[in-house]
Design a protein around this ligand. Structure first.
Ligand code: NZQ
Ligand code: ZN
Length: 385
């Protein structure tokens, strides 16, 4: 095990009824002006908006609504939120939604306290913000695990970069699996696949010697695979939804990363695909993962073989490489089984997209068994079409 320091500052309220029982008492300890941030309006249709609003009104909070946060939130939207927060002297941000709303709020929280541009500050001057408007989150669509970390993924449309920024971490989060019942089923599966991807991107990092983080990771991966399958036949199953919701947080709250250097090459590829096409995050990952792994499994045959045996239950073949490949193909078969796309064209991404420009703009990680080149990423992207 490598050296590590671990802390997670987010308090988790998991299960039914948590908002009703605890939100009012939590919000009493923050200031009077609350920014209620949400997406395109799903929370108005499923009753979550009314539930929260009545709590805020009973507390006589001044509510500033910040709505219309889109999937793959943009830098322009962050700036809009930061302006709104400054103009109204917001004391607290309540993010209600999926990863997009939570990510946008993390950066709004930081930008509102800065006199400089956060993109330039973090990416050019390599400084991190230290002052934030405190925030909390109510997750309505799970998968990204954004609720238990300080990282956000923001699309800078002019620069054509979908990249990580660091901002505020939610001080508390409500995870009520019932809130996810109205999420379109395709998005439920896409979110769950994103969780599996986070686990894989960590598992295939370094070192690849056995450690507790990887043992826990295998349990998370098996749990996600099992519970996605449960939802395929019983899509409102509360138990499966609750398992997937906690697995989502577990994959991104740092526990699986303890003592490891993660990979996240598939994510780097998907993010730039998103910068150019605004595609769905989990779907992009589903197409990219098997193609990427077919390119690299030979360089990490022992680790991929372990993945095949322990996660997919594949019996040992003659060579580690053969076992490894069987694991990658089991992953590819699973993606088909759960109805996720297996090509960019199935996602509606046109062949005319500039894949060369995408490939050249992708960050190359060094965490996995072999470092790729931009040319090889270009080949991977073409194989995904
Ligand atoms: O906008 P509304 O109307 O709310 O609709 C949303 C949106 O269309 C809908 N939805 C959410 N809760 C719902 C619901 N519809 C009905 N009922 C509900 N209860 O779901 C759609 C997708 O929401 P979104 O937040 O975009 O999805 P997701 O949670 O997958 O987040 C994706 C974003 O997170 C980033 C992705 O790159 C992408 O930008 N990620 C963030 C990470 C992090 N911060 O740790 C890690 C991930 O790897 C990922 O990159
Ligand atoms: Zn992801």
């Amino acid at each position: 095990m490598n050296n590590f320091i671990y802390e997670n500052a987010t308090r988790v309220y998991f299960g039914k009824g948590g908002v009703k029982e605890y939100l009012a008492s939590i919000l009493k300890s923050y200031g009077d002006t609350v920014m209620l941030a949400y997406g395109g309006g799903s929370i108005k249709k499923n009753g979550i908006y009314n539930e929260i609003m009545s709590i805020l009104q009973a507390l006589e909070k001044t509510v500033i609504e910040f709505s219309g946060i889109m999937s793959n939130p943009t830098y322009a939207k962050v700036q809009e939120g930061a302006r709104l927060a400054c103009e109204n002297h917001v004391d607290f941000i309540l993010a209600v939604g999926g990863g997009s709303v939570i990510d946008c709020c993390k950066i709004v929280s930081a930008q509102a306290k800065l006199s400089e541009d956060i993109w330039e500050m973090e990416n050019v001057r390599k400084n991190q913000p230290v002052d934030f408007i405190p925030m909390g989150a109510i997750v309505t669509a799970s998968g990204t695990g954004a609720e238990m970390n300080a990282g956000a993924v923001i699309t800078h449309e002019e620069k054509k970069i979908k990249g990580a920024l660091f901002g505020e971490q939610a001080e508390f989060v409500f995870l009520n699996p019932d809130y996810t019942l109205s999420v379109p089923f395709g998005q439920v599966i896409s979110g769950a696949f994103d969780t599996l991807s986070h686990a894989m991107e960590t598992y295939f990092g370094k070192p690849d010697t056995n450690n507790l983080s990887d043992d826990i990771n295998e349990a998370v991966m098996k749990n996600v695979i099992y519970n996605i399958r449960v939802l395929l036949t019983d899509n409102k199953n509360y138990h499966a939804r609750s398992e997937l919701m906690w697995a989502s947080s577990m994959a991104e709250n740092g526990i699986l990363k303890i003592g490891k250097i993660t990979d996240f090459q598939a994510h780097q590829i998907e993010h730039q695909l998103g910068a150019y096409t605004d595609c769905n995050h989990g779907q992009g990952l589903a197409v990219i993962h098997p193609v990427l792994y077919r390119h690299i499994y030979r360089d990490g045959a022992e680790r991929f073989a372990r993945f095949a045996k322990n996660v997919w239950g594949i019996s040992e073949k003659e060579t580690a490489e053969q076992t490894a490949l069987a694991g990658v193909e089991a992953l590819a078969d699973f993606i088909k089984e759960i109805g996720m796309p297996t090509s960019f064209s199935q996602m509606g991404i046109s062949e005319t997209v500039d894949f060369r420009a995408i490939a050249d703009s992708i960050n190359i990680t060094s965490g996995c068994c072999r470092k790729l080149t931009h040319d090889e990423i270009y080949e991977i992207l073409k194989e995904c079409i």
